[in-house]
Design a protein around this ligand. Sequence first.
Ligand code: TEU
Length: 549
Amino acid sequence: MIDLGEKIVYQIYPKSFRDSNGDGLGDLPGVIEKLDYLQGLGADYLWLTPVYPSPQNDNGYDVSDYCAIDPRFGTMEDMDRLIAESEKRGLKVMLDMVFNHTSTAHEWFRKALAGEKEYQDYYIFRDGTGDQLPTNWQSKFGGPAWEYVPALGKWYLHLFDVTQADLNWENPRVREELKNVIRFWKGKGVKGFRFDVVNLISKPETFTDDLMGDGRRFYTDGPHIHEYLKELTGDTGIEELMTVGEMSSTHLKDCIRYSNPEERELSMCFHFHHLKVDYRDGDKWSLMEPDRMELKRLFEEWQMGMQKAHGWNALFWCNHDQPRIVSRLGDEGKYWKQSAKMLGACIHLMQGTPYIYQGEEIGMMNPHFQEIGQYRDVESLNYYGILLEQGKTEKEALEILAARSRDNSRTPMQWSGEDGCGFTEGTPWIEAARNYGEINVRTQMAEEDSIYHFYRKLIAMRKEKAVISKGSIEFFMQENPDVLAYRRRYQGEEVVVLNNLTGKEAAVLAESVWCGYEKILGNYEDSRTMEGAVRLRPFEVLVLEKRGS
Ligand code: TEU
């Protein structure tokens, strides 16, 4: 069994990581070039988002062949080399399995369109006429979740883009095909899998209109989801590998089952509730100041809930779908460095397995695009149109995208201050953030006090201290809206983590919180002694260890 609490996963979005051939797109040889960097950081696993053949309508999450490499990213030899070179450095490769849907360019879907009944059963088709949608469900990228194929007189379901057709998991042949994909990659030496929106794969028996929402309540954590996951894991022998399910709009009770080892489903889950605390009325496209009390409540609910029932959390702020966390909950100006470090510590010292998304470890920010022409993401482009239709001005719509677009995290990795920011010698497929001169890996590796070195310390601390990797967790000061405070305990050892979530000086700490403890990590340089009234400074994090523990 893997000791999940000791592992760190680094997420790579290959398209924006490192371009080795100057075509403006990142590629696998580019990832290989950077393996030493990842080893130096202390990562254990690299999760690569999809590099399979794809029309790239959703940047690879529209897969047209699960067992090959898109020439834009390289070759199968490159992948083999990446796996081998990673192993040499003690790194394991995790791949992204997009099993809820395929691209409509996939051979299976093309055969379905050509009238082959057998392949129509691979997808979710419904007979009908072009003027009558089967249900009122909405696609997650905007617009109806159904598309009509006049030649067949049928609709097909697509919870995401119209070119991403949902697979029919009720069909055992589909399940077998997907198991073969896992077996293929496992045979190549891949040591982990991230399953894209895997809690959406089990659709209800009958399809009905959702009078209360967009349809998600019918297929989220759906009727056969636990059976399907047990079957997939059991039949492919991936139980001993590292697996993580991306759980969309999920429930705690299901995540416990997905990740409790006795259930033999997955190692852990991503959920997104803590990343919606700045959505007004749950609407991503409606801006609001983050609700910090809600953030604290959610952390407590999920950490305590998973702990109690032996589930396991994937710990993360950032990924390729989320705006940059410093721009969102931290500070882009005076307290950039402090806030990036505080946010890192806040997540890394909780119970679970931490994930770092490329660039997070150097405090990369949203790029603040000003024009629609700078965006590439299908969801952003769709919603720009929807927001205008709803009556927003172009300026308002652009402000919303600048805060919420998935492209905020997809700009090139900032390796250096040179032209192309060390990402490419060509023209990048998406513009880099303008601040790469100041914010880049080269500068931060050279600077002792940098965010990069702070992340290295966080990683090292998890590996050195069993209280971080194995300890229990409890929250305190829950009535205080500014400070997120928790305590970890393990075999007589104790560590306390105090995070000022705000840009203001925050509450005075009761003496009982710090007396008898010593500071082992913080994000302010000076040598303030822990005496008398201890106030947390803007975005300050204090990590305290009980003396003699
Ligand atoms: O994302 C699932 C998902 O629902 C989101 O995070 C989505 O981006 C968000 O809800 C939109 O507001 C996964 C992948 O991470 C994402 O990149 C893919 O586009 C999506 O699945 C479809 O495969």
